[in-house]
Write a protein that binds this ligand. Structure first.
Ligand SMILES: O=C(O)COP(=O)(O)O
Length: 239
């Protein structure tokens, strides 16, 4: 549970961008095979997508046959394309209200992303960007832990007093490496069951659940009696 034993909630919410705030997966898929052709890695067919959403970034990079040295080049190119196409990328429904709710709860927010800060700000738009107190953008694919550590140090927040929120296993791994509680979102790039299997502290199914938790509202999910089994989480394809 994220609320501290002294009754105070987190002192900083660290939000991932793509797949957490920004609904960019369809855009990502629309450019991916062009990038694969340019950088000579395996193209992905539609029937492979659901399987890849079960995997972490390391397994995906291996599956696509991308050598480590090419990753920064590919990421830079992808981020240039994202900047070009920023006008086509929208926030998930409920995200503006979530940001306003967290702001109202008085908890500062930061965005921690591999994407570029200028793209993040453009997709957020001025009203939403005004809620964000800090940006830690341009992290390398597997470099989020280092950026997170620096962000927390800069803001004087202990890891246990922050809440990281993200949609990918690499987001969860970065939070774990630094010692932050992690809330996984069920609407992003990675399949919610694959995220749940990693044992995040929270699994959010709607943006408003994050704001409610931070507002200290009574637990939005009833406490489970010992021995209760949970129904399986819905898969993104609705099966
Ligand atoms: O643009 C990317 O590479 C992913 O960005 P994210 O870190 O916000 O998920």
């Amino acid at each position: 549970m994220v609320r501290q034993t002294d009754g105070t909630g987190p002192r900083l919410v660290v939000l991932d961008f793509d797949g957490t705030l920004a609904d960019s997966f369809d855009w990502f898929c629309s450019v991916m095979n062009g990038v694969a052709a340019r950088y000579r890695f395996r193209q992905v067919e539609a029937h492979e997508v659901e399987g890849l959403r079960l995997q972490g970034a390391r397994a995906i990079v291996a599956y696509l046959g991308i050598p480590r040295w090419k990753l920064p080049l590919i990421a830079r190119h992808m981020h240039r394309l994202a900047a070009r196409d920023a006008a086509q990328i929208a926030l998930f429904p409920g995200v503006p209200e979530m940001l306003a709710g967290i702001r109202q709860a008085g908890v500062p927010m930061a965005v921690l992303s591999s994407n570029r800060a200028d793209t993040v700000r453009r997709v957020l738009g001025p009203d939403n960007a005004a809620h964000i107190d800090a940006y830690a953008c341009g992290a390398s694919l597997f470099g989020k832990a280092r950026r997170l550590r620096k962000l927390l140090a800069r803001r004087g927040v202990a890891p246990a007093q922050a809440l990281c929120v993200g949609d990918e296993i690499r987001d969860l791994e970065a939070a774990r490496a630094v010692g932050c509680p992690f809330g996984a979102v069920a609407w992003g790039y990675t399949d919610p069951q694959a995220l749940a299997a990693q044992g995040p502290e929270h699994l959010f199914s709607k943006p408003q659940e994050i704001a409610r938790l931070l507002a200290g509202a009574p637990a939005h999910m009833p406490r489970l009696a010992p021995g209760t089994t949970l129904a399986p989480l819905p898969l993104p394809n609705g099966s």
